[in-house]
Write a protein that binds this ligand. Structure first.
Ligand code: S3P
Length: 177
């Protein structure tokens, strides 16, 4: 995949689009290791994401995300599910973009709200009415997500076919080099 560009597959996009589920499937299809940046942060700190937000702060969480991004610089051959806010800071975006193929999974507010109905582990969703929080996050972050070259609308797709789409995108990128 070229000498200057890494070969990771990095799934980005808002909460509730299935990055973790789909990432695991892609890793199985390609026989690659899978990492989820939230799980990594939980391992690093021994704390759940919810506790990091409540006992420390969102700013602390973002600094941990920054650390993870720096570590990804030296990693190859991975499938990575990135937390929904990870690519928002320009510096993070630049590093992730250079480390492989970025693929944005997207969904409508209604679908995300339905998928996250029972979710308790996402502290940002507790900052008001869930649907409104999801909507305002999408609006404020869309500019960053729009920069991603490959985007898959997941509203009416099953995880297995999203994973197959990703493998196709990845293979066509390799064929292009
Ligand atoms: C966040 C998304 C979450 C997690 C944290 C903050 C965000 O990850 O990193 O709760 O800022 O959108 P998922 O996208 O995996 O839910």
């Amino acid at each position: 995949m070229g000498s200057s560009k890494g070969d990771n597959i990095i799934l980005v996009g808002p909460m509730g689009v299935g990055k973790t589920t789909v990432g695991r499937l892609v890793s199985g299809l390609l026989g690659r290791e899978f990492i989820d940046t939230d799980f990594l942060i939980e391992e690093m700190t021994g704390l759940s994401i919810a506790r990091i937000f409540s006992e420390r702060s969102e700013a602390y969480f973002r600094s941990l995300e920054r650390e993870v991004v720096e570590n990804i610089k030296g990693m190859t051959n991975l499938v990575i599910a990135a937390g929904g806010g990870m690519i928002i800071p320009e510096d993070n975006y630049r590093v992730l973009h250079a480390s492989g193929v970025l693929i944005c999974l997207m969904a409508s507010v209604d679908v995300i709200a339905e998928r996250l109905k029972e979710s308790n582990g996402r502290p940002l969703l507790h900052n008001g009415d869930k649907r409104e929080v999801i909507k305002s996050h999408l609006e404020s972050r869309m500019k960053a997500y729009d920069k991603i070259e490959h985007c898959i609308d997941t509203d009416s797709l099953q995880p297995e076919s999203i994973a197959q789409n990703i493998v196709r995108i990845f293979r066509s990128r390799i064929a292009d080099v």
